[in-house]
Design a protein around this ligand. Structure first.
Ligand SMILES: Nc1ncnc2c1ncn2[C@@H]1O[C@H](COP(=O)(O)OP(=O)(O)OP(=O)(O)O)[C@@H](O)[C@H]1O
Ligand SMILES: [Mg+2]
Length: 433
């Protein structure tokens, strides 16, 4: 089909060799048929026949297909001097990436994202944005953050009654009834900061908060923002808050808040100071309107955080998210086993054995038990439901992962407990002040 077309195009061109549209068409068909050298030749000849951009664009594409990335980039740089065509920017970013000019590739990709904030591209996202975020189907992810409308609500969170109540009072109510708060002259704004050992549900409860009020959930890892876009952190920070402002009502979840810690050596330099200030500026919402945004921060190491973050109107509620207590563990077990094949299970007995286990640990125990069951089912040919015994056995193979965190946290709670900030840690550890 292509061959036939190419032959007839060539015949036509013999009669009128300077017919630009015809020659362009031939070049495109040659490119499509992957006859790259011939396409290159036609496009090169076209450069002499016309000043139009089309042959240049075609040539850039052919060079890209040939793996001649630096030639491709030279042409694109010239073209993009007076154009910001999305396709060309994308091609340029890809070619720069393949040429290993990462910083340049990022810069060009940022231009793409400026034009189309929700743009996604597998190769570019993987190399230039932050790797490692696993995304659900309905999520858009770009520049290290993701937006989604979560399906989980407080019902899916086991235990944490006090935390749920606090979130309800401090951030959900003001979101739902801003006028009432204003009428009483109560300032809305600021956020809450969740801290505690890994896997105990900080991210999960933040997500459920969004689900609870059917708001968007925008999640950012600060380390990613800081590391991936060296030199552009401030701009990105601002961009993220802007995205939140455009997507209200939303929960803006900022993970790894400690990345802005005053004790980090890279935060002591003025660039770091700048970044902290920029963050506080966005958070204060004086220059900008943060109405409709619930800001939830999270960290495993609150002691690294700059104290300026804790002033009123900022993260003025600091909430400890401990490992689940016995009854919370039982309800987490119930929640996570709800859709699994189970025999009659003694949830309380298992919960008793799982002291210090995080929610994530409990999930791991369930996974292990299921794997064992699957193994057994393959050998015996009989799929059997999970039993109490299976879960207790699995618990022996997966130990609680929260202890290490407490051994560190203890020192801060004992020796840097200004204003009783870490009293919750002490009381969880049953240490008397
Ligand atoms: N209280 C809970 N109820 C139900 N599930 C929970 C609970 N706590 C934790 N989980 C489960 O454990 C998983 C891990 O929790 P999550 O990611 O929220 O922990 P985290 O505190 O954010 O940890 P990290 O500090 O490592 O970020 C969640 O995806 C959730 O399924
Ligand atoms: Mg988390």
């Amino acid at each position: 089909m292509d061959d036939q077309m190419i032959t007839s195009l060539r015949q036509a061109l013999e009669i009128s060799p300077d017919n630009v549209p015809l020659k362009l068409h031939l070049a495109q068909v040659l490119h499509q048929a992957n006859r790259l050298e011939e396409a290159e030749k036609e496009y090169t000849e076209l450069l002499r026949l016309t000043n139009d951009d089309k042959p240049k664009i075609g040539l850039a594409r052919v060079f890209f297909a040939q793996g001649a990335y630096s030639k491709c980039n030279v042409i694109l740089e010239q073209l993009l001097d007076n154009s910001s065509d999305l396709d060309l920017l994308l091609l340029h970013s890809r070619a720069l990436l393949r040429e290993k000019r990462i910083a340049d590739a990022i810069e060009v990709y940022e231009q793409v994202l400026e034009i189309q904030p929700h743009f996604q591209d597998e190769e570019l996202d993987k190399a230039l944005r932050v790797a490692g975020t696993i995304l659900a189907d309905d999520e858009a992810d770009f520049a290290g953050h993701s937006i989604q409308r979560p399906l989980v609500t407080f019902q899916d969170v086991g235990g944490m009654d006090a935390v749920k109540k606090e979130i309800e009072l401090k951030i959900i109510k003001p979101l739902l009834h801003p006028d009432l708060y204003k009428a009483y002259g109560k300032k809305i704004g600021g956020g809450i900061l969740l801290y505690g050992p890994p896997g105990c549900g900080k991210t999960f409860i933040a997500r459920a908060t969004a689900g609870q009020v059917n708001a968007q959930f925008i999640s950012v890892g600060l380390n990613d923002i800081l590391d991936m876009w060296i030199g552009n952190s401030e701009k990105n920070l601002h961009q993220i808050f802007e995205i939140a402002r455009q997507n209200t009502p939303c929960v803006l979840f900022i993970d790894e808040i400690d990345a802005l810690g005053a004790s980090r050596s890279d935060m002591k330099q003025s660039a770091g100071r700048h970044l902290i200030n920029q963050f506080l500026l966005e958070l204060d919402g004086v220059d900008y309107n943060n109405e409709g945004i619930l800001i939830i921060g999270a960290t495993n190491t609150p002691w690294h955080l700059d104290t300026a973050f804790r002033r009123p109107g900022r993260f003025d509620r600091i909430i400890f998210i401990p490992p689940p207590d016995e009854s919370a563990r039982a309800s987490i077990l119930r929640l996570k086993l709800a859709n699994k094949p189970v025999a009659s299970i003694d949830y309380e007995a298992i919960a008793k054995k799982l002291e210090h286990y995080s929610g994530a640990d409990i999930e791991a125990v369930i996974d292990l038990a299921i794997e064992e069951k699957l193994d057994a089912a393959f050998t015996s040919g009989i799929p059997e439901p999970l039993s109490t015994k299976d879960l207790l056995q699995a618990a022996k193979k997966h130990k609680a992962s929260t202890q290490e965190w407490f051994s560190k946290a203890k020192n801060f709670a004992l020796f840097a407990n200004e204003g009783g900030l870490y009293d919750d840690i002490l009381s969880y550890m049953k240490i008397k002040k």
